[in-house]
Design a protein around this ligand. Structure first.
Ligand code: ADP
Ligand code: MG
Length: 163
């Protein structure tokens, strides 16, 4: 669906326009995350996991974005970056997906390491929503993933590009 207001930079997340959002606080990034998630509840799904690559430097807001997605899906635990454990799985109740899986590739050196975490299986299960920080380290594994780009601006400004 195309809506003219996309052209003015408001988040509408239709398929035809790349949406850029500039947030001025972590709270605004969380609001952008929830606005991004909302239309996904309606889709029928692709028969595979919903895989989202979060791309951007340290401190750009990838984990903050994930925290808001988790919160919107009813996760009560405090979401932190899984930098040290690499992967965290949150069971969801009464949602479109049964699991929210949060992965951080920052400390991985080779795509095989992600494959050893069971990547082929988890990415093929439609009940999984998978958010992957630093997915751009292994682009060959994310050719079909939705990509969201985070850029650090001045101070608390962050530019988020939804593709
Ligand atoms: P990443 O996972 O990309 O390394 P984090 O989300 O862990 O980044 O960290 C972002 C940090 O920047 C947090 O401390 C957050 O509170 C702060 N912050 C300040 N402004 C923003 C903003 N506009 N969007 C997201 N985070 C922001
Ligand atoms: Mg992070």
């Amino acid at each position: 669906m195309f809506r003219a207001r996309c052209l003015y930079g408001e988040p509408c997340f239709c398929y035809f326009v790349r949406v850029k959002v500039v947030t001025k606080s972590a709270k605004e990034t969380k609001e952008a995350a929830k606005a991004w998630l909302n239309p996904k509840f309606a889709g029928s799904g692709s028969g595979k996991a919903t895989v989202v690559a979060l791309i951007g430097n340290l401190g750009a807001g990838k984990t903050t974005f994930t925290q808001a997605v988790a919160e919107a899906l009813g996760v009560k635990e405090n979401i932190t970056s899984p930098t040290f454990v690499l992967e965290k799985i949150y069971k969801l109740k009464g949602q479109k997906w049964q699991n929210l899986i949060h992965i951080d590739c920052y400390r991985l050196d080779k795509p095989e390491e992600l494959l050893h975490l069971g990547w082929q299986e988890i990415s093929s299960e439609p009940e999984n929503l998978i958010l992957v920080e630093w997915a751009d380290k292994f682009p060959e594994l994310f050719t079909h993933a939705e990509k969201i780009y985070f850029n650090h601006g001045e101070g608390d400004h962050r530019e988020i590009n939804f593709t």
